[in-house]
Ligand binder design. Sequence first.
Ligand code: CP
Length: 303
Amino acid sequence: MRHLMNPLDFSVEELDNLMDLAKDIEANPKKYAHACEGKKLATLFYEPSTRTRLSHEAAMINLGGSVLGFSSADSSSASKGESVADTIRVISCFADICAMRHPKEGAAMVASQHATIPVINAGDGANQHPTQTMLDLYSIYKTQGTLENLNIFMVGDLKYGRTVHSLLQAMSHFNPTFHFISPKELEMPQAYKLFLDKLHIPYYEHSELDDVINDADILYMTRVQRERFADPLEYEKVKNVYILKNSMLAGTKDTMRILHPLPRVNEIDEDVDDNKKAYYFQQALNGVFTRQAIIFKTLGLKW
Ligand code: CP
C-alpha cells in the first residue's frame, strides 16, 4: 500500500512506468476492465470539483470497481465538527482506497497518517495537486514525444495555483527551462524558486504575456484562484490580468500545445478553442487513463 501526496513521491522510473501504464490502459481498455473488481474507491471532497472527482470515479468504474463518497464538506459530518483523522479511520472500514480534496494544506497528509488504505491527494489548498500533474505529464509526453529539455511557460496565478507547484516539481527531473508569467501579487512562491535554484534549473520571470511565448513548447495557463484570496478587492485587481487570444499564437511553434487544468474562467478566449494548439479538453480526458494507472499502482496491483 502507498499514498500519493506529492509528485516527488514517485521516482523518475516510477513516473516512466506510470506513463507507460496509462498509455497501455488508453490503448487496451478491456485488458483492465476487471482489475479492481470487488474494490471500492471513496471520494472525499471537502471542496468543489468537476474533473478530479468524476474522473477518479470514472477511472475506478473503468477498472471494474465501485465508488462511494461525498462532494462537499456540508454533506458530510465535517459540518458537525468531525476531524479528518476520525473521518479517514472510518472510511478505511468502508473502502479500499480514497481520493481526498480539502481546502487546508496538509489535510491529505494528516489523512494518510491515520488511514489503513491508500490516500490520494486530490488537491490540498494552494499546496499540491499530484494527480493533475500525472495527467499533465502524460499530456506533455503525448504531445511532445518526450518530457526532456522542454520550455515550459506557466501563466497566471502562480502563487495559489497548486497545479503549477506540483508540475514544477515533477518536471524538475527532466531538464526543463521555466518561464513564469504573472503579476507581482501572484508570482511563484519563493520556496519553489529556491527548489529550482538548488537543482540549477533555469527560470525567467515576466509580467507580460504578449511577445514572450514564441519559444514555448508548453503554455500552461491557469485561473486566478478567487477562493484563496482573503480580500475580494485584491482578486478584482488581478482577475483579468491575462487573456490568451488566438491572435497571440501566430508566432508560436507549430508543435506548441496549450494546457490548462480547468476550470477556465476567462483567461483563454473561446476563439482559441478551435486552434490545433489548444489541448486542454484532451488533457482532461487524459485524466481518466492516468487516474486508472494511479489507482492501479497505489493499490499495489501488478501489470
Ligand atoms: N483540474 C481540476 O482540479 O479541476 P476540478 O477542480 O474540476 O477538479
